[in-house]
Design a protein around this ligand. Structure first.
Ligand code: FNR
Length: 339
């Protein structure tokens, strides 16, 4: 059987060798709280490139120190970060994978000693810190920090930038009325809540003409929160603003009960793909080759993002290929022992 999972995929001017994406996952492994890539990152990400994933997206990488989820997150807030990231990119690309980076700001979900910032001074829950409401100059500075991060990502040689707009971090906090109670031009109407992301995309695109993804949480799972329909609107605007693919996750902007089961977020990807006419990635409890193949063949997503399955099995592409009866080429070094 010829599996779509292993067909090359062209997006913008980039060709991925297959449809398997390593989903961004924080590793909390920077020593000295300096955001620098180190041995763990080189080993961990390169293993998945050896394992034949088509695209590796680095974990949420902070655009400012204050935007880290934890003190041990990767960072891209200074020029000093470029060298380590460049090494990581070349190690990933050496195995035929493309390299992406998720640029992020944690907003009110930053678990740091210092002051944290968000659209409104509302904590995520009663265990977490109350953020400072961002002033217009905080907003402007943060938009510029995303632009600087994109410039550095370009210097490091990344093939793809993914803007982290999901999981209740800063951009998501602006989008959702649950976390954004502003009364200025960044809050209130849908257009106003989208404004921060719109400015981030525009700032990134000033320096980045490459492929651009945005990860979203397409459902808040709460009565007053955002729904997949709202995200169809946002996705249409993102397409107009030059985004190439929406990576469709869900939840985590405010505490909510989520019923998670295999492929539970795939319907959101399918809806956005067909109603906003933009490429999408599906993610969330996708664990087998057959499941991935079903999603692609039924046109419910263009790419398959894998998180925990790739943590457990760096050779998941080979496992899926065997399952689908679609042999794939090994890395040359493994030619005698791959089958
Ligand atoms: C994650 N996830 C995540 N998502 C994201 O957008 N940025 C991130 O940095 C992280 N960090 C992270 C760390 C770890 C250890 C895990 C397990 C997950 C979410 C991840 O990308 C993915 O969306 C979910 O794990 C669901 O997919 P799976 O794991 O069911 O394939």
């Amino acid at each position: 059987m010829s599996a779509k999972l292993f067909e090359p995929y062209q997006i913008n001017n980039l060709i991925l060798k297959n449809r398997i994406v390593m989903s961004p996952m924080c590793m909390y492994s920077c020593h000295n709280e300096d955001g620098m890539a180190g041995d763990w990152h080189y080993t961990h990400y390169t293993s998945r490139a050896v394992g034949q994933a088509g695209l590796i997206i680095l974990e949420a990488t902070a655009v400012t120190p204050q935007g880290r989820i934890s003190p041990r997150d990767l960072g891209i807030w200074s020029d000093a970060h470029v060298e380590g990231l460049r090494k990581l990119v070349s190690m990933i690309q050496a195995h035929g994978a493309k390299a992406g980076i998720q640029i992020a700001h944690a907003g009110r979900k930053a678990e740091l000693e210092e002051e944290i910032i968000a659209p409104s001074a509302i904590p995520f829950n009663d265990q977490m810190k109350t953020p400072k409401e961002m002033s217009l100059s905080d907003i402007n500075d943060t938009v510029l920090a995303f632009g600087k991060a994109a410039e550095r990502a370009k210097q490091a040689g990344f093939d793809i930038i993914e803007i982290h707009g999901a999981h209740g971090y800063l951009i998501n906090e602006f989008l959702s009325p649950l976390s954004n109670h502003r009364t200025d031009e960044y809050g209130g109407s849908v257009e106003n809540r989208y404004r921060f992301l719109k400015e981030v995309i525009a700032e990134v695109k000033k320096v980045w003409d490459g492929t651009l993804f945005v990860r979203v949480s397409a459902n808040d799972y709460l009565e007053e929160g955002l729904t997949p329909d709202d995200y169809v609107t946002f996705a249409k605007w993102m397409k107009e603003d030059g985004v190439h693919l929406i990576d469709v996750s869900s939840g985590a902007v405010s505490p909510a009960k989520i019923h998670a089961y295999p492929g539970y977020q795939v319907p959101f990807s399918e809806k956005i793909k067909h109603e906003a006419h933009i490429a999408t990635g599906a993610v969330g409890l996708i664990t087998t080759g057959i499941q991935a193949e079903e999603i692609l063949q039924n046109n419910r997503a263009d790419l398959i993002f894998l998180g925990r399955a790739l943590l457990k099995d760096p050779y998941w592409p080979r496992t899926a290929a065997n399952e689908l009866g679609h042999p794939i080429e090994p890395p040359v070094q493994y030619e005698r022992g791959w089958k």
